[in-house]
Design a protein around this ligand. Structure first.
Ligand code: ADP
Length: 522
């Protein structure tokens, strides 16, 4: 037990003197009227003194008063007087009963006082924690909250320093907040923290410079070594099964905490974990906002540039057309290139409108057969010379869907043109339509090179062209990304699957519709 400080020691000595004086006075008082007192009177009077002494002082005081009262009782009030001898067995019984009652009462009083004290400390702790929690975690900036928690841990637990390390961009921990003067040079702290973060266990650095790992999953309270052997302690901070940082405390004289301080340490380290998580979430939100802003700027730029390009392109095309009529063959090339650029600019504009949610779609109930018919007609020119096989599921008399006809046609034609573009000459392109639960499925299949699994999703990103794509196949990688967005904007989907036996299958799904009751099929 630590020695009490000066004034407390003086108070303690005074207390002892007062109680010993009270014992002496009681003994002297009773001795004066000994003839008129029975054993029970004496025992009760001493018992009262012992209880009063235990209530006001420590357990030691209760025990000392009990033993001294026992001796005085024996010496002054049990015959033969003036000796510690006892002849009558009944006197022995009285004396031993007195001693037993004094010991039990002192013990019970001590326990009750200790429990009351613990309850008071715990209530204090809860109050302090709730105030600290509110003060620290409510700090305006996430980094300020982190510093506040580090400062509170250092201050309340009398540590020399407290640091909270956070994972940096690469996931390795870097110093996030430190309380207690500048960090000492050298990488000992970094190494211990990296080990704690990497292994997910606490790391104890001993006073003799050696290091030991704690058992995984040991809570902060249990992690403080009882022996005070630790000079520094690095503990992984976890929130919802995820390591969000490392808490490191240092005390050059050795870290040892009393049980209530351990509980406090555990609660504070959870605050530190919450503060670290808050820093992470704030950084993530900031990054997401920056990305959104960059995305908005990019869309605005694309929209404005594509819009401004359209007018000069129209003029170039018109002029080239006029010149071509005069017989200059080079003008036809110009016209063709102007058309290609025009399509590209139109695609760019559509993509930026789709991203901004500004492209208006008009889903209506329509027959799949009509869509297929229109797609075959539209693709006939570009797919000239290619065998195109279309089949509608014979199981259904009429396949209906709810979709935007114009934009769905655009998706289907794009898929057919892609199949033609990438499949070797002489192989057929197939289009099959069927109903699958509440969806209409349009499957465009070819015997081309297919798409490597690693790129099967990326081909739906704007400007992505699969590595295996023939460089002379034309296109800029916008068709599939626009098609998928158009499919999704009307409640459908577009996905790629490798075709058994080689080639690609693009599956374009649209919401199916039912024929209204009693209505003839269209
Ligand atoms: P592109 O204008 O390049 O055709 P798309 O967005 O339509 O742009 O397609 C993206 C990429 O997906 C293409 O560059 C190509 O690599 C790949 N791809 C698309 N359709 C097929 C297909 N039927 N067979 C093989 N690869 C394809």
């Amino acid at each position: 037990m630590p020695a009490p400080p000066g004034p407390a020691r003086a108070r303690e000595a005074l207390g002892w003197a007062a109680w010993l004086a009270a014992l002496a006075a009681l003994t002297a008082g009773m001795a004066a009227v000994r003839a008129g007192l029975g054993g029970a009177h004496v025992a009760l009077a001493y018992l009262l003194l012992v209880l009063a002494g235990s209530t006001r002082g420590s357990r030691v005081r209760g025990v000392v008063l009990g033993v001294l009262s026992f001796l005085c009782f024996n010496f002054f009030f049990v015959p033969p007087y003036g000796t510690l001898l006892v002849h009558d067995p009944l006197d022995w019984l009285v004396l031993l009963a007195f001693l037993a009652v004094a010991a039990v009462a002192t013990q019970l009083l001590f326990r009750a006082r200790r429990e009351a004290e613990e309850a008071r400390l715990r209530a204090d702790e809860v109050e302090r924690l709730s105030t600290l929690g509110a003060e620290t975690l409510n700090a305006g900036r996430a980094e300020d909250a982190l510093h506040a928690v580090a400062e509170v841990i250092r201050g309340t637990l009398a540590m020399d320093a407290c640091e909270i390390w956070l994972p940096d961009g690469s996931g390795a921990p870097g110093p996030g907040a430190r309380a207690g003067g500048p960090a000492p040079p050298g990488g000992a702290a970094a190494a211990a923290v990296a080990a704690a973060a990497g292994l997910g266990t606490g790391v104890v650095e001993r006073l003799d410079g050696t290091r030991r790992l704690l058992a995984p999953g040991l809570g902060a309270a249990a992690a403080v070594p009882e022996t005070g052997e630790a000079r520094a302690l690095s503990l992984p901070l976890r929130v919802r099964e995820r390591t969000v940082g490392v808490l490191r405390v240092e005390r050059d004289g050795g870290i040892s905490l009393a049980p209530p301080q351990r509980r406090f340490f555990a609660a504070l380290s959870y605050y530190a974990a919450l503060a670290a998580e808050r820093v992470r979430l704030a950084a993530e939100a900031e990054r997401a906002e920056a990305l959104r802003e960059a995305d908005r700027l990019k869309d605005a730029l694309i929209a404005s540039v594509s819009h401004d390009l359209r007018t000069p392109l129209t003029t170039i095309k018109a002029l080239a057309h006029d010149i071509a009529r005069g017989g200059d063959e080079r003008a036809a090339d110009i016209e063709e290139e102007a058309d290609r650029l025009n399509r590209f600019v139109a695609d760019l504009l559509d993509l930026s409108r789709l991203n901004a949610g500004e492209l208006r779609l008009d889903p209506q109930v329509a027959a799949a057969e009509d869509l297929v018919g229109a797609a075959l007609q539209r693709a006939a020119g570009p797919l000239a010379g290619r065998e195109l096989r279309a089949s509608l599921s014979p199981a259904e008399p009429v396949l209906l869907g709810r979709f935007d006809f114009v934009h769905s046609l655009r998706v289907l034609v794009n898929l057919l043109e892609n199949a033609h573009k990438y499949a070797p000459p002489g192989t057929p392109v197939e289009l099959a339509v069927r109903r699958d639960a509440d969806r209409l499925l349009f499957e465009v299949a070819d015997r081309g090179p297919g798409i490597p699994p690693a790129e099967a999703e990326q081909v739906f990103s704007p400007f992505y062209r699969a590595r295996g794509a023939q460089p002379d196949a034309g296109g800029v990688g916008l068709g599939l990304s626009i098609s998928r967005r158009l499919a999704e904007a009307q409640g459908g989907s577009l996905a790629y699957e490798p075709r058994p036996g080689g080639g690609s299958v693009f599956r374009f799904a649209l919401p199916a519709a039912e024929l209204p009751d009693g209505e003839p099929s269209p």
